[in-house]
Design a protein around this ligand. Structure first.
Ligand code: CDP
Ligand code: MG
Length: 722
């Protein structure tokens, strides 16, 4: 295969651009965009009023096949069934010409690093190739994904390509949802699920191949998996291990896996014009909306991909775009808006992959998931506000937060690249070239270095890995964070003073939950309220999507919600009340509508609860209900969440002056702390301070709860209950 630079016409190495980037990163060179390709695409002009001024800054070189893989499809409207078409599509993927070479390399090497651009076919094709080559005769081919949505959607795609029912030969496994069967030979799963599989099968005996996909994402679970699978390959010589990644870091992976060979799949990429804003944008949401409309009105056909930080932002933009385009009526072409984020219901996910009808344009509003995990065909324009939500952790305070942060340069490159898959693309960065150069880090810090490790430490301990300091981490976590995790698990009585797993710890590890929640469940045995504990745990596990608050019925919705709080029982008991009331109506959908509750979330909670019930049995905790003693339930919660206690300060100084004696410090326990513009607690329940001493005497002393000046409050003042 020979490649041609579409601009200059000279021969170039398909990986030149990537190598330039890698050199730049390692300080060996400077990064020049467009040094080779001076030919700019057609000029464009924005005509909308109040548009944003962009300056065309650079062109990211693309790589084209010399023989111009024709994008024109032959007229195949007749008699060709969908399966055949899919088979043909498979053969047009960049990975296809390397199929045999790749299989040979896998045959020759036990461990291999595979690098190829997003969309080249790594995730969907490699497991199928392995199946075709016979690897599934000796065991499963497992492929891990950092994201649930990716695992599900890729499995769905592959089952279509193979013409089988999802869950049969091709399945997926994500937390609380196992869509596999006896028949399954190709199994897509989240990296966290494979980690849990080590608990029941420490040598992964049922697998013949493990593909750790999207390795560049460096999620916590992926990083831990690296250490575990590397170890297994030493004594299971029959196990093949593939580490696959969308460019970058290949050398690092190879070094870590004892110099494993790197297989590069040359990409097929078109040039991407990069535009920066002339001046910084104060409101990137607004800027994104304006830019989408600008593109829609002024640019030739091609779909738009907008990178946003989360569900709420996506919903906001979705709504505003709908409103504005409705206002423009038939003056503009149809704009089909497709959101995609982790909690998007499965049935709506398929929509983003549907081809755009003629005359219309699709705009995909996505989280980071579309950066490398999912490829959506037909994207020609990328709008990149330059932000993503990043988890960070302060080991000193033990506080974890999810904050909107600028992305890294590597991310920005990936995002831009999404627009040049099927033809020349354009990327609109809603920040200045100066920002890009000076304010963005080169790479995102691996999650292991910015997260609470309690969960992972508990898993590793239950795998019998005691010496965590000498665990083979690719990048070790800060020792402070490791220590804090050990301390926390010790405080939860999951570890003894020697750092060994206790019986409580062993039971906790059975639950696929945060240690604080699993401790709540294990402690509920003592308070005879295990039924309530698993209900609350499952309601908390579905996150923030239980209550539904339509804009035009907010008062009704809020009133309905308050009914569950009668008696000022706190948020946890309110969740319990919601579930139990729903159960009393025999899980009625109508009841959900009437109470402004999302029926889908409730069904999921029920499903999770069923699974937790099964796990109760496994750890031999009797299902008992203690509804008449809500304090007992709250004590069980406190047993898990005493780290999350706070003393509420009355912020109303006026009241304090007038009635000083009524201002008793109120203590609460919260599920999580959310940092947005201001930190607030989510899911709060009041507790009696004595409980802290009764339940966690090793953690709290009398003076902590008596003396107003010493509190275990995480951040001092400024905390407001949500
Ligand atoms: O893993 P990698 O990024 O290399 O590519 P992939 O996910 O295997 O995607 C290969 C092709 O399959 C892309 O052209 C996607 O458009 C298509 N695909 C799809 O149509 N639907 C999915 N759910 C996943 C992939
Ligand atoms: Mg992939």
């Amino acid at each position: 295969h020979r490649y041609r630079d579409p601009g200059a016409g000279d021969k170039m190495d398909p990986f030149a651009e990537q190598e330039a980037w890698e050199n730049y990163q390692s300080g060996k060179g400077t990064l020049k965009y467009g040094s080779r390709n001076k030919q700019a695409p057609a000029d464009y002009e924005f005509v909308l009023e109040d548009g944003i001024d962009f300056i065309k800054e650079s062109i990211m070189d693309g790589v084209n096949f010399e023989d111009e893989m024709s994008s024109e499809k032959p007229d195949d409207s007749t008699a060709k069934n969908a399966l055949q078409k899919l088979q043909e599509e498979r053969q047009t993927l960049p990975i296809y010409p390397y199929r045999d070479e790749l299989l040979q390399a896998i045959h020759d090497h036990q461990v291999m690093v595979i690098v190829g651009e997003t969309g080249s076919g790594k995730t969907t094709q490699i497991p199928q190739y392995l199946h075709e080559a016979g690897y599934t005769k000796h065991g499963l081919v497992g492929c891990t994904q950092p994201r649930r949505v990716a695992a599900m959607s890729v499995a769905a795609r592959v089952s279509q390509e193979m013409g089988v029912k999802l869950g049969h030969e091709v399945g997926y496994s994500i937390r609380f949802e196992d869509c596999t069967s006896e028949k399954t030979i190709l199994k897509y799963m989240t990296d966290g699920m494979l980690l849990r599989e080590f608990l029941s099968e420490p040598d992964l005996a049922s697998y013949s191949v493990i593909m750790v996909d999207e390795a560049h994402e460096r999620t916590l679970s992926t990083d831990i998996l690296f250490g575990l699978v590397k170890d297994i390959t030493r004594f299971r010589k029959d196990l093949k291990l593939l580490i696959s990644s969308a460019t970058l870091d290949a050398e690092k992976f190879s070094d870590y896996f004892d110099s494993a060979p790197i297989f590069k799949i040359p990409g097929r990429r078109f040039p991407v014009t990069i535009n920066f804003t002339k001046a910084p944008e104060a409101d990137y949401i607004d800027a994104a909306i304006v830019t989408v409309l600008q593109i829609h009105v002024t640019q030739p056909p091609g779909d738009i991909l907008v990178f946003l930080t989360g569900q709420e932002e996506i919903e906001t933009i979705d709504e505003i775009l709908k409103h504005r385009t409705r206002g423009l009526g038939t003056k503009i072409a149809e704009l089909i808006i497709c959101p995609i984020y982790a909690n998007l219901p499965t049935e709506l996910q398929a929509k983003i992959f549907e081809p755009t009808p003629d005359g219309a344009r699709k705009v995909v509003l996505a989280t980071n998931i579309a950066e490398t995990s999912l490829t959506i065909d037909g994207i020609k324009y990328v709008v990149d506000p330059g932000f993503c939500k990043i988890k960070s952790y302060n080991p000193r305070t033990g506080m974890e937060s999810l904050l909107i942060n600028p992305i890294s340069k590597a991310s920005a490159m990936q995002r831009a690249g999404r627009s040049g898959r099927t033809g020349p693309g354009m990327c609109f960065r809603l920040y200045t070239a100066y920002n890009f150069q000076h304010d963005l880090d080169d790479n995102t810090v691996p999650e292991i270095q910015r997260t609470n490790l309690a969960n992972v430490v508990l898993t590793l301990k239950s795998l019998g890995i005691n010496d965590l300091v000498n665990f083979d981490f690719m990048d070790p976590p800060p020792s402070e964070a490791l220590l804090k995790a050990l301390e926390q698990l010790y405080a939860l009585n999951a570890l003894n003073s020697l750092g060994e797993l206790t019986k409580t710890g062993r039971r906790m590890a059975e639950f696929p939950l945060d240690p604080m929640l699993s401790k709540t469940i294990v402690a509920s045995e003592k308070y005879k309220c295990s039924e309530e504990a698993i209900t609350i745990a499952s309601m908390l596990s579905i996150g923030n999507s239980i209550f539904y608050r339509p804009k035009d019925k907010q008062v009704h919705a809020d009133n309905a919600r308050m009914n569950f709080h009668t008696g000022n029982v706190g948020d946890h008991i309110a969740l319990l009340n919601v579930y139990n009331s729903w159960k009393e109506t025999n899980y009625s959908t109508q009841w959900c509508y009437e109470n402004y509750i999302q029926v889908r979330s409730m069904k999921r909670a029920r499903d999770i609860r069923d699974q937790l019930e099964g796990l109760l049995e496994r750890v031999e905790i009797e299902p008992t209900s203690n509804l008449s003693d809500l304090d007992a339930v709250k004590k069980a919660i406190t047993s898990g969440f005493f780290h999350h206690s706070a003393k509420l300060q009355k912020t109303g100084a006026y009241k304090t002056v007038k009635n000083p004696q009524t201002v008793l410090p109120r203590w609460v326990i919260y599920h999580e702390l959310v940092l947005t513009t201001k930190e607030y607690m989510r899911q709060v329940t009041e507790l009696k301070p004595d409980w802290l001493i009764e339940i966690a005497p090793h953690y709290y002393q009398m003076k902590d709860v008596e003396d107003a000046s010493t509190t275990k409050m995480p951040r001092g003042k400024g905390l407001a209950a949500d």
